[in-house]
Write a protein that binds this ligand. Structure first.
Ligand code: AMP
Length: 280
């Protein structure tokens, strides 16, 4: 694996590879890698000549400074994992390399960014779009792989690629879960032993919601989920939303869309977790 930290070096390298006709599959991450990340990478490796991974904890997508400070980092362990799956290229830049100047770019994703994570985390998706656009410009991938774990982020990236006419194919990848159902996340390492034991309740609740769509309407179903989280004092529910899988706008009836998902953001102690499930 070749590791780059400078933009100009990796950019020359990928241009050279492209000129030789090699295809590049790219997986952007914030590190603290787990099996969820590795699944995206294995797929990218399979479908392309070269696997390019970035590790960059992007400060401008954190609206909470404490969350940024506490974000888990372990570059040496990450490198071992990347070597183990045959990663070809790692790009791990410093913050000053990515942002030598203050970032002023503002995208407009319309109603995609006013709901759920967008409403809860002001400026978050603009920060994501800025870094992903820049990483695409630097690494020039043919295909880029994103997890459905961050479903709204995936929708934003698809929109970004369309709006800015970026020549990359976005490949959505399914959520990877622990055997007890908890969606894998770098943040899971911050859970205490007790919180980790409670955490599978999130997916259990989502599965219960999926099953209940056969018998109850969206309104009462939302209330059922709220009640289920209120019944467990370790959870602090931020939102549960039923929304269209394309435009992410809330739905009020099951016939409103042919693809409806349930989205949740919940705090367990100091750790904020998100998850989603396809309901219809
Ligand atoms: P992150 O390092 O959290 O920014 O994640 C990097 C990429 O991995 C994003 O596209 C995430 O959606 C994806 N990802 C993270 N966790 C999972 C998971 N449990 N299943 C599938 N994809 C994931």
């Amino acid at each position: 694996m070749i590791t780059f930290s400078k933009i100009s070096n990796i950019n020359s390298f990928v241009r050279e590879q492209r000129s030789q006709g090699k295809t590049l599959g790219f997986v952007p991450t914030m590190g603290a890698l787990h099996k969820g990340h590795l699944e995206l990478m294995k797929r990218a490796k399979q479908e392309n000549d070269l696997l390019v991974v970035s590790i960059f904890v992007n400060p401008i997508q954190f609206n909470n400074p404490d969350d940024l400070k506490k974000y888990p980092r372990d570059i040496n362990q990450d490198k071992k994992l990347l070597e183990s799956i045959g990663c070809d290229v790692l790009f791990a830049p410093a913050v000053e390399e990515m942002y030598p100047d203050k970032v002023v770019k503002k995208y407009n994703f319309g109603t995609l960014e006013t709901v759920m994570e967008g409403a809860s985390r002001s400026g978050h998706f603009n920060g994501v779009a800025v870094v992903v656009h820049k990483l695409f410009d630097i690494t020039l991938p043919h295909k880029a792989y994103f997890g459905e774990k961050d479903y709204q982020q995936l929708a934003i990236i698809k929109k970004l690629v369309e709006m800015e006419a970026i020549p990359v194919k976005i490949i959505p990848c399914p959520i990877v879960r622990e055997t007890d159902g908890l969606a894998m996340s770098s943040r899971n390492t911050r859970l205490t032993f007790e919180e980790r034991a409670s955490a599978p309740y999130i997916y259990q609740t989502l599965k219960r919601a999926r099953k209940s769509n056969e018998t109850i309407c969206p309104g009462p179903l939302k209330q059922m989920v709220i009640n289920m989280f209120e019944a467990r004092e370790e959870f602090d529910l931020e939102y549960f939303e039923l929304a269209d899988g394309e435009n992410l706008q809330p739905i009020n009836s099951w016939s409103a869309s042919t693809e409806i998902l349930g989205f949740v953001a919940v705090k367990l102690g100091n750790v904020r977790l998100i998850d989603n499930i396809r309901i219809i």
